[in-house]
Write a protein that binds this ligand. Structure first.
Ligand code: PRX
Length: 569
């Protein structure tokens, strides 16, 4: 922040913000710095010190960015938890990271209503022994339960605080933040990013991939609860002294042209969003973007999932008016910043390809044995050399870090991404999606094991296996195979109502983003001799639709029985 305060950017808009109901706020770099300092001093007054973990469970309001910056200013490590996660998911992340303070808000506006944040998690916070205080921002004014002494109102806490707070110097390897992401076991991983390397690559890539100029208005639609919100809503743009546009609510409120109207009103020049969003805009029809000129746009970006060429072409034609280059950026929570992406104007694009690794990034596609793949041969995406913003560990679980990322190519010491990919004859990378048990639903990363463990914690469920099926809109849809406990299945269970009950259960346990699209019942799940569920078969079944039909009837896997012996363990 401070580097901008001694330049003419001091009075430049850092954040242009729109609330969902239509209220707006603008914060210059100077004003943002004052707010960050006041909050940093307030956190200090609560005893927050270097290395303490501060949980942030907030929506898309400027205070969320202030919270992240205030933490980094005093050396506290922030742990932002996506506001769409359930109370249980928040609790687990606060417990694992041993958070001392939680910053949250009374509620946030979504789809025209004020939905509770603090109120939705209040009851569970007593289960986090490390938590000393909960600071609540008043956004909606809705009734909010507060626990005496522990819970404080944000405005009271910052009131009267000094607007000066020295930015302390820390080692480049000092932990900046933990961000939980899904892996192939039931427990999310706390990805740890440190200060120097992360900030360097976030700053470099924002500047060069988005060709960022002082005159730009940069709009990234990602929620701050995901890595894109960290690197390309908060840190990257602000370090570069950009003007960013931040929006609180859903893209279709009050009408399906909300984003396009914002682009015109704020004269947005750079727009960064996810393929799922593009596909849903496409489905809504050209009529909505066509109501607006969109003439300020000069560069478009996508992230989070492979973009199908049809969506790419639509984005280029209807939003970019064939005038704007598209940067398809491949990266991960673990990589911290963009790794494979065109540099606009310098690298020719091909619809559906993230093109080439950025300078200094040694990415490749190799066979399981580590041999280079031939042109267009599918293989595994690896990174052969460290990069500045790489994750440093899995918080509290260094073994999992080594095992997950460095055991597949141990000898070579390569980082394995978990993605499949191919390179074409020009060396362009085409990402083919995850090859592990991680799925991408509407650009949200979920672990099938996480959903399975939520399902088996339901009293009626004996066993479950969750697989993904390709979905035109969401990228993947979640199909859960469930076998019910015998005392339930031996009666005459009302299967459709159990389906609804289980879907709601997963929403409550993890969050609505993890709600299965379909629940199918099975007497037993197909397994290998050693008892591993044969997910490959289930995946095939839901993809080819071979045993579709009434989803509430019990599936009979006896036909698959004979395959057991041929399946490798
Ligand atoms: O499968 C890849 C997909 O998203 C995964 C990473 O998810 P997450 O850690 O949540 O980070 C998303 C935002 C960076 C990757 O392993 N992915 C991300 N970007 C792309 C992509 N797949 C294809 N093309 C992309 N541009």
């Amino acid at each position: 922040m401070d580097i901008h305060l001694s330049t003419c950017r001091k009075n430049k808009a850092a954040i242009l913000w729109e609330g969902e109901p239509g209220d707006t706020r603008t914060l210059t770099y100077q004003q943002l710095s004052v707010e960050v300092n006041r909050l940093a001093n307030a956190l200090k007054s609560l005893g927050v010190k270097k290395g303490d973990v501060v949980g942030i469970y907030m929506g898309m309001v400027p205070e969320t960015l202030q919270a992240m910056l205030a933490c980094s200013r005093i050396g506290a490590t922030h742990n932002v938890v996506f506001g769409g996660f359930s109370a249980e998911a928040l609790r687990d992340r606060l417990l694992d990271s041993k958070a001392k303070i939680l910053l949250t808000q009374d509620g946030a506006y979504r789809k025209g209503t004020a939905s509770a944040l603090k109120g939705a998690v209040h009851g569970i916070l007593d289960q986090v022994p490390s938590l000393q205080n909960v600071v609540v921002l008043k956004r909606t004014g809705q009734e909010t339960p507060m626990k005496e002494v522990r819970d404080l109102w944000w405005h009271d806490l910052i009131s009267g605080r000094s607007t000066e707070c020295k930015a302390e110097g820390f080692d480049s390897e000092h932990p900046l933040f933990i961000l939980y992401t899904s892996g192939s076991t039931g427990k999310p991983k706390g990805i740890l990013h440190t200060t120097g390397g992360y900030l360097t690559q976030a700053r470099f890539t924002t500047r060069h991939v988005f060709d960022l100029k002082d005159e730009d208005v940069y709009f990234c639609t990602a929620d701050v609860g995901w890595i894109t919100g960290h690197s390309y809503l908060a840190y990257g743009p602000l370090m570069n002294g950009a003007t960013l546009l931040m929006y609180e609510g859903v893209p279709t409120y009050p009408a399906p042209d909300r984003l396009w109207s914002m682009i015109d009103r704020h004269q947005v020049t750079i727009f960064y969003t996810a393929p799922t969003a593009i596909r849903s805009f496409m489905r809504l029809g050209d009529e909505f973007p066509n109501r607006h000129r969109l003439s300020s746009l000069r560069l478009l970006g996508t992230v989070g999932e492979p973009i199908n060429p049809e969506a790419w072409m639509w984005y280029q034609r209807v939003i970019g008016k064939k005038r704007c280059p598209i940067v398809d950026t491949w990266w991960q929570t673990e990589t911290g910043a963009i790794m494979i992406s065109p540099m606009p104007g310098a690298i020719a694009t091909k619809p559906g390809s993230a093109t080439l690794p950025l300078p200094g990034i040694l990415a490749d596609v190799v066979t399981k044995e580590g041999k280079p793949c031939k042109a267009n041969e599918g293989g595994l995406l690896v990174v052969k050399h460290p990069w500045p913003s790489m994750l440093r560990t899995v918080f509290g679980d260094p073994e999992r870090y080594t095992k997950t990322y460095f055991s597949d190519f141990k000898k070579q010491k390569w980082y394995f991404t978990g993605d499949g990919a191919r390179k074409d004859k020009d060396g362009y990378f085409w990402i083919m999606g995850r090859v592990d048990d991680v799925v991408n639903v509407s650009g949200h990363r979920l672990g099938t094991a996480e959903i399975e463990s939520a399902l088996v914690s339901h009293p009626k469920v004996a066993e479950s296996a969750v697989v993904a099926r390709p979905d035109d809109l969401k990228g993947s849809a979640l199909i859960a195979f469930v076998s019910l406990k015998s005392q339930v299945s031996s009666g005459t269970p009302d299967l459709p109502s159990i389906q609804e009950e289980l879907k709601a259960w997963v929403s409550k346990e993890i969050g609505p983003i993890a709600r299965p699209d379909e629940i199918r019942f099975a007497d037993a799940l197909p397994k290998t001799r050693s008892g591993k569920i044969m997910r490959r078969l289930l995946r095939e079944m839901v993809t080819t639709g071979k045993t579709s039909g009434d989803t509430s009837t019990l599936e009979d896997f006896s036909v698959l029985e004979k395959l057991r012996s041929s399946e490798e363990d």
